[in-house]
Design a protein around this ligand. Structure first.
Ligand code: ADP
Ligand code: ZN
Ligand code: ZN
Length: 735
């Protein structure tokens, strides 16, 4: 038999596959297997994409595969072909795409059966321990108690759920011989629960949504579950999942952020006996691989994960659900710039299964698909039970004094809730104390040395931080420009509002929720627990507080800086502003007591606010879509953005100019339009100068044909070696 030529995708920034020889043909080869190959001066893990009899490269010059790593494909054919489609659509190198879709251990070439998990168990000595022996070490006592309740032992995920901060306690327990750790093949790690809670009786609207979806379980169909906050979308998901599980199939549920959806997870866990695999960034590599394998071999009936879980391998997929489909976090912003929601739709289509896109504020893209008849809208117009949507009030800041971001009427509202024993939620989309630090003598504003941006003041840690590149510096006592000492914070962030509230209401228990307050592992869970348990009176936070939670005791939502996005250069800013305010408003009055929303603004007559007051997202969206159509913005035209960056000024701009010139060879007609090469709106970030070039087209086909031709030329361009460049198809962040 003639030795085969293997076509291999390698993780390298080149949009083509490479041919390798396989001298020993005793292997059964399949697409989707991993191979170790020499590449340049390195050895890397590549993916077998195809087998050919010959190559354009002379056989004696063909390098050989070093080793075939798998005896079966790591990626099922369905997923492999989806990823090939995605590599074409996003014009990203296939090897990089495949790599992004795999757990880290597998990228590195580890064996598939390396997915064993570590499990901790209580030893006999630990069981025999007197109850009082750990009186001085309560954490160890709790960990040991959790272990002794489960003779089969607990894995890291289960321990994390059971005892916050268990690892150090476990180290002591193991050292003392009271607990032991063992490796175990990744089994269904989920403990069986005693009983399964049954769901409530569905409302008519919920029932017709469930029926519409379950009637379509054998075919591709896109549904937009458009339900106001608190309308019971989760219940619809659960019933659909139940129907899918009854058929012996798996359900894939995508969520924006796992840590922010504990209630959804708890609901799923309480409802089903079947094992759930969780896939998110908070896992160790080992845990991630174990969950991935559970999805792949079908042990996990339900797979829940964030963005990259759209690439979870599924043995028997039955439905895909994307919760909060409008959420910006579904778009990957670096490397392989995919959109998980869009890929989920494509995957469902290829699998011939239904997809459900749930949101209280569907994206304009999805609404346009509904209008065109591509997606079917399922509407849940009302909150469940007696809960009503909160009343929305505007506070005209032009006529009100504001201190630390708070106006007197808003302070009065907070006081009323405090007196009534109810919770208030204050939303401000900026962390830190103040977004700028200024010298009042000469006007100097503390700049970031590596970005065209101002430093944010963090008062507690007494530091200046750049939120764009992460640089930090100590607080200046005197102005480096004029030597004056008249330095002040300008504007406000969550920390400032928190401190102001603590002064105004010394008795109130305040919980701040933002990236800073939740950095420590488990901190967010602890804060959410305190809020749930009623151990908080006022919650201050960023959009982290807006997502997914049910806070039954919150009856007041205050939106502190609604104007921040009103006059942004980003054409999506108003869509995001309205979505965010509706989401955060949706936290109020979800239980028996009605809620109210107070929005502070300098522009009360803006149409977005009247839409918010009427709870008229549809009306807003309809207008916004008309505006997009008139202005010829997405979703009415398709964008692709070429970005480049370089440590030296002008180099990136030079590259995008070259790119513009190279485009001439590829533009067949005028159906593809190129804008001028420009510096990025924030030209310098993290010490790099950035430039960009926007390409747009009314039709996708000519755009993709153009991009293929153009990128091939860009890969060859010598100036391309001097910059870091990337292409973003359907960019959501233009800046
Ligand atoms: P959404 O996700 O649409 O914001 P949820 O799914 O969180 O809404 O539901 C809001 C509340 O209504 C939850 O407490 C849920 O348990 C409850 N709920 C959902 N469906 C029903 C129903 N059919 N009858 C009674 N309560 C329900
Ligand atoms: Zn000064
Ligand atoms: Zn910076």
């Amino acid at each position: 038999m003639k030795p085969a030529v293997l076509r291999v995708a390698v993780p390298a920034p080149l949009r083509r596959c490479f041919d390798y020889a396989l001298p020993d043909t005793t292997f059964t080869l399949c697409r989707g297997m991993r191979v170790r190959v020499p590449f340049g001066r390195r050895e890397i893990v590549g993916f077998l994409i195809g087998i050919a009899d010959q190559s354009v490269i002379k056989r004696e010059r063909l390098k050989s595969v070093l080793r075939v790593l798998d005896s079966e494909p790591v990626l099922p054919e369905e997923l492999l072909s989806l990823l090939q489609w995605a590599a074409d659509y996003y014009h990203h190198p296939l090897g990089e795409v495949l790599k992004a879709a795999l757990p880290v251990n597998l990228r590195q070439g580890r064996d598939l059966d390396a997915g064993a998990v570590r499990v901790w168990r209580c030893t006999d000595a630990g069981k025999a321990l007197a109850a009082s022996a750990l009186d001085r070490a309560p954490l160890q006592r709790r960990v040991l108690a959790a272990l002794s309740e489960t003779p089969d032992g607990l894995d890291a995920a289960a321990l994390t759920r059971a005892v916050h901060g268990w690892r150090s306690a476990m180290r002591s327990l193991v050292a003392k011989g009271w607990a032991q750790v063992e490796q175990r093949a990744a089994a269904a790690a989920e403990p069986e629960h005693a009983k399964v809670i049954s769901g409530p009786r569905l409302t008519t609207a919920q029932q017709s949504a469930v029926t519409a979806i379950t009637d379509a379980l054998d075919s591709y169909r896109s549904f937009v579950l458009d339900g106001v906050t608190g309308s019971g979308k989760t219940e619809v998901y659960l019933q659909v999942i139940e129907a899918v599980l009854r058929r012996g199939q798996q359900a894939l549920l995508l969520v924006p952020e796992i840590g922010l959806t504990p209630q959804l997870l708890a609901n799923v866990r309480a409802r089903f006996r079947e094992p759930v695999a969780l896939l998110h960034s908070g896992l160790t590599d080992q845990e991630r691989l174990a969950a991935w394998l559970m999805a792949r071999d079908g042990r996990a009936a339900i797979v829940i994960g964030t963005r990259s879980a759209v690439f979870a391998p599924l043995r028997l997929p039955g439905v895909i659900i994307v919760d909060e489909e409008h959420d910006a976090s579904y778009k990957q912003q670096d490397g392989f710039h995919y959109h998980a929601r869009d890929l989920a739709v494509m995957r469902a289509h290829r699998l011939a299964i239904p997809i459900v896109l749930g949101s209280a504020t569907p994206s304009l893209d999805s609404l346009k698909h509904i209008a065109k008849g591509n997606y079917q809208r399922l509407h849940l117009p009302d909150r469940t039970g007696s809960a009503t949507l909160p009343e929305v009030h505007l506070l005209d800041l032009r006529q009100l004094p504001v201190h630390d971001g708070l106006s007197p009427p808003l302070i009065d509202q907070i006081r009323k809730r405090l007196d009534a024993g109810e919770q208030s939620l204050l939303f401000i989309n900026r962390r830190g104390y103040a977004p700028a630090y200024m010298c009042h003598d000469c006007g100097w504003l503390a700049p970031c040395r590596r970005c065209d941006a101002k430093m944010t003041l963090h008062k507690r840690s007494r530091r200046l931080c750049c939120h764009h590149c992460g640089s930090e510096g100590v607080l200046f006592e005197v102005c480096p420009e004029c030597g004056g000492s008249n330095l002040h914070a300008l504007g406000e962030g969550t920390e400032r509002v928190e401190l102001a509230l603590a002064r105004l209401f010394p008795q109130a228990r305040i919980v701040r929720v933002d990236r800073d307050s939740t950095r420590r592992k488990g901190a967010l869970q602890e804060q959410l627990r305190r809020i749930d348990a009623g151990e908080a009176d006022i919650l201050v936070g960023t959009q982290m507080l807006a997502k997914g939670h049910d806070f039954p005791n919150v009856t007041l939502v205050g939106v502190l800086n609604a104007d921040q996005r009103l006059y942004s250069v980003d054409f999506r800013a108003s869509e995001h502003l309205v979505q965010q305010i509706i989401q955060v408003s949706g936290r109020a009055g979800r239980a028996a007591r009605p809620g109210a929303v107070w929005i502070q603004t300098y522009h009360p007559s803006e149409p977005v606010f009247s839409a918010l007051r009427r709870h008229d997202y549809s009306g807003f969206a309809e207008l916004a879509l008309q505006e997009r159509e008139t202005a010829q913005y997405p979703p009415f035209v398709h964008f692709a953005l070429l970005r480049a960056e370089s440590p030296a000024p002008q180099v990136a701009l030079g590259f995008v100019r070259t790119a513009r010139a190279l485009a001439a060879d590829c533009r067949k007609q005028d159906s593809v339009e190129l804008m001028d090469p420009v510096p990025a709106p924030m030209e310098r970030r993290a010490g790099r100068y950035r430039a960009q070039l926007l390409v747009q087209a009314k039709q996708r086909r000519p755009l993709h044909m153009f991009l293929s031709c153009w990128l091939a030329r860009l890969e060859q361009a010598p100036t391309g070696k001097r910059v870091r460049w990337s292409l973003d198809v359907d960019p959501t962040d233009m800046y």
